[in-house]
Design a protein around this ligand. Structure first.
Ligand SMILES: CC(C)(COP(=O)(O)OP(=O)(O)OC[C@H]1O[C@@H](n2cnc3c(N)ncnc32)[C@H](O)[C@@H]1OP(=O)(O)O)[C@@H](O)C(=O)NCCC(=O)NCCS
Length: 154
């Protein structure tokens, strides 16, 4: 099984728009690409970079990062901020999320980034254990939504 990141265009947009998380997970991430695209449109200064996550030729999720922004915490976290990550509920716990973050980390490292930041919403089923296993650590800071900020050294 090969995991890859692909651009979203007219050939795959409908399939990626159909991906979603379980209702109880919507508290951790806007439930669909449509919501992510709305967020991206509202925040062009956050320089959104979006890719679909594929397992072989099947779209299983998407990732959105802030691409090399000028940090202005707590409103703008960066320069490299993993903004949204979604693996469709049908495809979770198969290693796709982990591989996708590792692929993003490689891309950021190749651009000269030294750390990848993210943040998460706390609660039952929160993604902190997932990020911790990947090597993210809490920085002790919070963003303007009071989400704990995490950093992965690259
Ligand atoms: C969180 C999420 C991205 C993880 O992706 P995934 O493909 O299901 O996770 P993986 O299979 O790559 O898991 C990697 C490791 O983390 C663990 N893990 C994954 N999700 C976890 C969770 N919610 N709680 C505890 N551990 C978790 C896995 O067991 C696995 O452990 P291992 O390496 O010891 O086997 C995905 O479940 C998701 O989209 N969830 C809903 C939305 C969300 O919370 N997004 C993140 C915040 S923006």
């Amino acid at each position: 099984m090969s995991v890859s990141l692909r651009k979203i265009d007219d050939t795959n947009r409908t399939a990626v728009l159909a991906l979603r998380v379980a209702p109880e997970e919507e508290q951790f991430v806007g439930g669909t690409l449509r919501e992510a695209l709305k967020d991206a449109e509202k925040n062009p200064h956050a320089n959104p970079w979006i890719r679909a996550i594929y397992a072989d030729d099947v779209p299983v999720g998407f990732v959105m990062i802030s691409w090399n922004v000028v940090p202005d915490p707590p409103r703008m976290i960066g320069p490299w901020y993993l903004w949204k990550l979604l693996i469709d509920s049908r495809y979770q716990r198969r290693g796709y999320g982990k591989t996708a973050v590792n692929l993003v980390a490689e891309i950021v490292r190749a651009e000269g980034g030294t750390e990848l930041l993210t943040s998460y919403v706390a609660g039952e089923g929160e993604p902190w254990p997932f990020y911790k296993r990947l090597g993210f650590r809490k920085t002790g800071e919070r963003d303007d939504n009071n989400e704990a900020i995490l950093a992965l050294k690259l």
